[in-house]
Design a protein. Structure first.
Lengths: 356, 356
């Protein structure tokens, strides 16, 4: 029995409470500066308002103002903030962590210094705190299935295999399976860019809906669960986009210093498979596929977090810089550049013959 | 303008008539020995009974008894029989083809001499007719979308790149895109074994349906288009199975002599993506996932062609032989061996911890 302290009480951070407590651990769930109402609900009723269910026993909620009480005797810290909260976490949370602590990062992201190179969140945090042992999990994980204790299988990575194995020892259950690896760049790069390519695969469904006369921002039938008899979901388009995504992801992982074979595993094809079939990034792809402009989509979706937008821009920028240096050819990334153009409010059509 | 002669008037063979005639070619569609009623319908009404629509102009039907009339001046022959008709094609059709003819093979399959090695259909036909230039297409192609002139992108392979390029020149249109390669073994191996792994990915949906109380052979909601609100389709299971499928497909392609990177393209991940979301092999996987035995499934499905069954048995047998010779470890193929056990009427449960 250990103490696991999760900082960031969003859906994904909080969901880790299930395998953690099922393994007999105590969980301290610390809200971020944006989570006070979540923590208040949990303190009053035990119910997580976004997950819409009671948290397991042995989960103890803390406001961010109470973080100091949540630190002592912690075996594993978990960073559960969104990619937009990384800087906040680095400056407001990292200073509290004890020397040589183990921090597991759930946050996906690739950071850019506009020099053609991209850095993982682990790298970013280690610049602030070189003493920490940092690990991460990445791969296909829909929260509602994890907290339903349905099988979920993810990669866990760290620079040292022993750190990744320590994480596995703490969190692995008969429904939550962690596969340790030291390919930090490969895993983190793949899980970040899969958000871009999930938009790409979902374009196909939007193109099919456009063909069926749907050109506004209404929900898709796959979202409403409505009858879809007679509708052709353009499977051949989807498959062509899926294959091109895998090919470009391999090239990107290699370019940024990971092992491209990660793309055939959980963090690549596995995560892309599940991400492109739903969620916010899939919705963005569908609306782009229907022919809506980014401006129309932003108006329709409102204030929703779309990780794929900054990731796509950063990756496309980095590829352009590396191409200028002659290290890579832009011809290898037709889908990435198409998506970047659409997201950057520029007209673009897919040149299918450039695929492969 | 050339003459393209398709032998085998099933759905896939006949569907090639669309890009062929759109490119200005004349198509001679020759029924196999099992297609007399199909040809009769086309001769009388122009309608293909399985595709349920009129064939394009410039498609001329021939009974198999009329094959000699369909041969002269043909630029490209197409083998459109199912994998169960390969031997018939080799002995009854190949002798009619002119010296050095170009034969494009649509039939997927891997043939076994029970020695741990598997042979492609191209290899098999070349043993009968070493003079022929044989090519093949493989990849995600749902017939109804191709004949609807919706985008379809496939690999085309031949031992000589010029043969694959000749095929592309004849059939490539603005909706049917062919990507030439000389990796015949890689493409043919990937497209054959994806049938096995499509069964594997579809297990997840069956497991989800079983959890929801469905343990008989009724159609899934994805087949009927019915309302699926509130149903959890086990996306995390699906993604774990999809990733494991890609990993094992890489190992198999390498073992049988192809380039494993083909698995990240159209013939691998792309084809698996579309095949696992529907069709007969997907249905087999769903019913196995619900816990039905092979005997129950065969009774429920009746006399339906399941390419995945012989392919799975052959591939598993070959892997066992190669493992006995110390060339590969069985531990690398937990999903293949699980599927082989289920198909071979043996009880088996998935050991998720063996994945990776």
């Amino acid at each position: 029995m250990s103490i696991i302290t999760i900082i960031g009480a969003g859906m994904m951070g909080s969901a880790i409470s299930w395998p953690a407590t099922d393994n007999g651990h105590i969980v301290r769930l610390v809200g971020s500066n944006l989570n006070d109402s979540v923590i208040e609900s949990i303190k009053k009723t035990g119910i997580h308002p976004a997950l819409k269910c009671k948290l397991p026993e042995n989960v103890f909620p803390f406001y961010f103002s109470e973080i100091k009480e949540a630190i002592p005797d912690t075996e594993l810290f978990v960073c559960g903030v969104s990619s937009f909260g990384l800087e906040w976490f680095a400056t407001e949370v990292l200073p509290f962590l004890p020397q040589d602590a183990h921090l597991m990062v759930l946050t996906k992201g690739l950071l850019s210094n506009h020099d053609g190179y991209l850095h993982t969140t682990l790298h970013y945090f280690n610049e602030y705190r070189p003493d920490l042992n940092i690990s991460a999990v990445g791969g296909p994980c829909i929260c509602s299935e994890l907290i339903g204790r349905h099988l979920t299988m993810v990669s866990c990575c760290a620079a040292e295999l022993s750190t990744a194995q320590h994480l596995k020892a703490l969190l692995n259950t008969n429904y939550y399976h962690l596969q340790p690896t030291t390919d930090v760049i490969g895993v983190e790069c793949a899980v970040a860019i899969k958000n871009t390519y999930a938009v790409g695969v979902a374009l196909a469904l939007g193109m099919a809906e456009r063909e069926a006369g749907i050109t506004d921002a209404r929900p898709s039938s796959w979202q409403t669960g409505a009858d879809t008899t007679g509708f052709t979901p353009y499977y051949n388009h989807q498959a062509a986009l899926f294959a091109q995504s895998c090919l470009e992801m391999r090239r990107l992982v290699r370019l940024f210093g990971g092992n491209e074979d990660v793309v055939s595993g959980l963090a690549g094809a596995g995560d892309l498979y599940v991400t492109s079939q739903g969620g916010r990034n899939g919705r963005l792809g569908v609306l782009l596929g229907r022919g809506l402009s980014m401006a129309q989509i932003q108006e329709a979706l409102g204030d929703v977090t779309l990780e794929s937008v900054p990731i796509t821009k950063r990756v496309a920028e980095a590829v352009r810089i590396r191409a200028k240096h002659g290290e890579v050819s832009l011809k290898q990334f037709p889908l990435l550049l198409h998506l970047d153009a659409l997201i950057s409010h520029q007209p673009s059509t897919i040149d299918w013959e450039s695929f492969g």
